[in-house]
Design a protein around this ligand. Structure first.
Ligand code: A2P
Length: 289
């Protein structure tokens, strides 16, 4: 858990992050983060739209762990990014909720929000300019994007002065996203994987169960290893203490060629249910209105 990847700006990032998407603000997210920190995770991934930054921040504070030993990511949501200034405000609001003076990574959460469909190019360019300011001020030690496809990154590169260091996408053996992953790599962008367990769906997959039985490991551990062995950064999410612990216990075994071959064949079986362009979280973000 202390192993790290190196970002394009030479910052270190712990190779597994603890995901908090769908962990409810309050006791659920607070306990999950508390258990994750106790289990040794030092990298936490949240977002304004998850609505749980307050609980994540509280759990960080109560842990007593030195801030410089933690890697905290949050993300800019669609409602508060109309302009350069809006983005700066959204970022300050996230810091306030987290009770932090900086984050280690700040991401644009969504490339093509439905309400900005006809001018997403300008939207992203303006937000990115603000992210560059935040980065230069030292309030985010790295900046990046999430759910971006090639056309979104090509467009961003036209105006960006600082290249994104991370692209966080839905990624697991059931949805291997070879095209964007290859693009990220060619541009020195680290690929982070949210839903590395296919939001839990892949845990029931027979091929994965077979590999798990062979190694005497859980299906979740196999899926997390798959990510690591590809050089991606998995962000497994759980609200159960035992799962949180075991999901991090993946550094004393390896998948073999036969396993990789079987896992490669699962591509396409667990596609993200929603097209990233169409997706929106309106119902979950009332607090940001
Ligand atoms: P829960 O949060 O109830 O503990 P993903 O990270 O791909 O989004 O998957 C998250 C889902 O997988 C959650 O529903 C989570 O359940 C479940 N999960 C996480 N780790 C495990 C595990 N080790 N065993 C079984 N289910 C798990």
């Amino acid at each position: 858990l202390t192993d790290s990847y190196t970002l394009a700006n030479n910052n270190e990032i712990p190779v597994i992050g603890f995901g908090t998407w769908q962990s409810a603000n309050g006791e659920e997210a607070y306990n999950a983060v508390k258990w994750a920190l106790e289990a040794g995770y030092r990298h936490l991934d949240t977002a304004a739209v998850y609505g749980n930054e307050t609980s994540v921040g509280q759990a960080i504070k109560d842990s007593g762990i030195d801030r410089e030993d933690l890697f905290i990511t949050t993300k800019l949501w669609n409602y508060q990014r109309n302009s350069y200034d809006d983005t700066l405000h959204a970022f300050s609001d996230s810091l306030t909720r987290l009770e932090l003076s900086y984050v280690d990574l700040y991401l644009i959460h969504w490339p093509e929000p439905i309400e900005y469909r006809d001018h997403w190019q300008k939207l992203n360019a303006d937000s990115w300019q603000a992210m560059e300011t935040i980065y230069q001020d030292g309030r985010a030690h790295a900046i990046g994007v999430s759910n971006f496809r090639q056309k979104h990154l090509d467009e961003l590169f036209k105006t960006a002065k600082v290249a994104p260091m991370v692209n966080q996408i839905f990624l697991n053996p059931g949805d291997q996203e070879k095209s964007i992953v290859g693009y990220n790599k060619a541009h020195q962008i680290l690929t982070e994987a949210y839903s590395p367990l296919g939001t839990g769906n892949l845990l029931k997959n027979a091929a994965i169960a077979k590999i798990a039985a062979k190694h005497d490991r859980s299906a979740a551990q196999i899926l997390i290893r798959w990510n690591l062995e590809h050089g991606y950064l998995p962000l497994p999410k759980s609200t159960h203490k035992e799962f949180i612990q075991s999901n991090a216990d993946v550094f004393d075994f390896q998948l073999d060629d036969e396993d990789h071959l079987a896992l490669d064949q699962l591509d396409g079986q667990e596609k993200q249910h929603t097209d990233p362009h169409e997706h929106n979280f309106h119902k979950t973000v009332a607090f940001l209105d």
